[in-house]
Design a protein around this ligand. Structure first.
Ligand code: SF4
Length: 161
């Protein structure tokens, strides 16, 4: 049975920077859980980041540019956490390889998990088109990544996987 990688915060785990969850309400997700398809991941916590932790945003581009060494992930405190975000992405990719996962549903707007838009990097609340670091790495390796707003599309991709 094909498994699906899902952001832990969407599954109700309080792993976000503010120690809250972002629980997704979805009949499709509930069915996947019942079928035993879901593999939970929090790239940031897996990489050793604390709960809670300061918010972080990508400055100078998006996750693909972080992987290319052309953008950085910076906490609101000013601390550069790029290496941790890259580590978290690599750990998520390793999970996908371990479970032969080809489809992921990750939390939109996160600097790790965003798939359609991310925050602009100035902590102003402005959002830009782009993806997070984990999403960029998974997509580079052929894994289809969707947000929690598009779980139906993830289901269609799973049917073709
Ligand atoms: Fe959720 Fe991803 Fe942020 Fe972890 S890194 S809290 S899974 S959005």
């Amino acid at each position: 049975m094909q498994k699906v990688l899902v952001s832990a915060c969407l599954l109700g785990r309080r792993v976000r920077y503010d120690a809250e969850a972002l629980t997704a309400s979805s009949a499709i997700l509930d069915r996947w859980i019942g079928e035993g398809r879901v593999v939970s991941v929090c790239p940031e916590v897996n990489a050793g980041m604390s709960i809670p932790r300061p918010p972080a945003e990508i400055q100078g581009g998006d996750g693909a540019m972080v992987l290319a060494g052309q953008a950085r992930v910076i906490e609101m405190t000013g601390r550069d956490v790029t290496d941790g975000f890259r580590t978290g992405a690599e750990m998520a990719l390793a999970l996908c390889r371990q479970h032969d996962i080809r489809v992921a549903v990750l939390a939109e707007k996160s600097p790790s998990c965003g798939s359609g838009e991310i925050y602009a990097g100035d902590f102003s609340g402005t959002r830009l088109p782009g993806m997070g670091v984990t999403t960029a790495l998974l997509r580079e390796h052929g894994i289809a990544v969707f947000s929690q707003l598009d779980i139906a599309a993830a289901q269609r991709a799973l049917s073709c996987a």
